[in-house]
Design a protein around this ligand. Sequence first.
Ligand code: ADP
Ligand code: MG
Length: 384
Amino acid sequence: MGAQQVAERFAELYGAEPEGVWAAPGRVNLIGEHTDYNDGFVMPFALPHRAVAAVSRRTDGVLRLHSADIDGGVVELSLDALAPGGDGNWTAYPAGVVWALRDAGHGVTGADVHLSSTVPTGAGLSSSAAVEVVIALALNDLFALDLPGWKLARLCQRAENVYVGAPTGIMDQTASACCEQGHALFLDTRDLSQRQIPFDLAAEGLRLLVVDTQVKHAHSGGEYGKRRAGCEKGAALLGVDALRDVPYDGLDAALARLGDEEEVVRLVRHVVTEDQRVERVVALLRAGETRAIGPVLTEGHASLRDDFRISCPELDLVVDTALAHGALGARMTGGGFGGSAIVLTEAAEVDTLTKAVEEAFAAAGHAAPRVFEAVPSAGARRLS
Ligand code: ADP
Ligand code: MG
């Protein structure tokens, strides 16, 4: 979606040119799943798919919102009336960001917004963070708030947690705000320190496919919250602030201490081994051993399927089929219960693999998946 097109539609809707146009991408998480609310490590990279927003300031306490991707006209809200626990409408995402900024004391006095996004919704690719971050960045620029990307991400997370009511971690918003082209973002979610890790697949003759199973997850639904509560219970039983604090070489002892808490044992084992997998992938990429990350990704899938238990038949089918047809590694990505899987493959194998996955889905009677190549792309920025 181009800046020009979004600006033109804004002018049609609101009768004046926008003050600017901004973009914020969706993301794929390479490795580090369900670690972000355990103070652990994640490693997302930005997709070329992005939300683009044309925005102008207002001074009268009114917020007007329009999305090209949602049926219905312009939604008009009064800033003073913004309050958490709303109606579950799409407007809760951008309105939540405005609420979070104002609640933190930033002088946002109103805005007109038109946005359009190419990030598929509910596919585990974080269309929600793209919408939040593009609004946050636009308001940051227009109202000269001068907030760094990581802080905008925090405010967007607060919007999603408190205003929308979805208990998500900090990864999605940070990825959208801070990723850089040709890199994956190694993020420590405890202190938000980050390192850009070069991740140039094309230069090595590799590709990373995203397979959107088209199975829709419901994030704010109970399962995510249950896993999160289980992790917190594990940390409490082990006497640590977060599962991040369980040392890798102390995992067996920790699991033994949890005794017959069978579910908590599984959750803890996933989170601790997943943190370790992130660090292994970082080390391999820094050593130039990109192909060697494949088996680590596959191990991550097994852990999410068997220990964290958030996979589904469609995601397992992608992974099994890809591996059976020569993929270097594959795993589900995102919150789980549907959404997307990623497949690391030699460039020459892309067509064979895509066909194999499509045929396997047809044979199993599943709706056709959407397969596309993920190229590590730029984070949020102003377009015009
Ligand atoms: P995802 O994994 O894609 O982030 P979520 O359930 O967290 O899934 O967020 C999806 C929601 O974000 C949509 O239901 C909608 O409310 C909002 N959203 C995403 N993209 C758009 C868009 N282009 N226009 C309006 N709302 C959007
Ligand atoms: Mg989301």
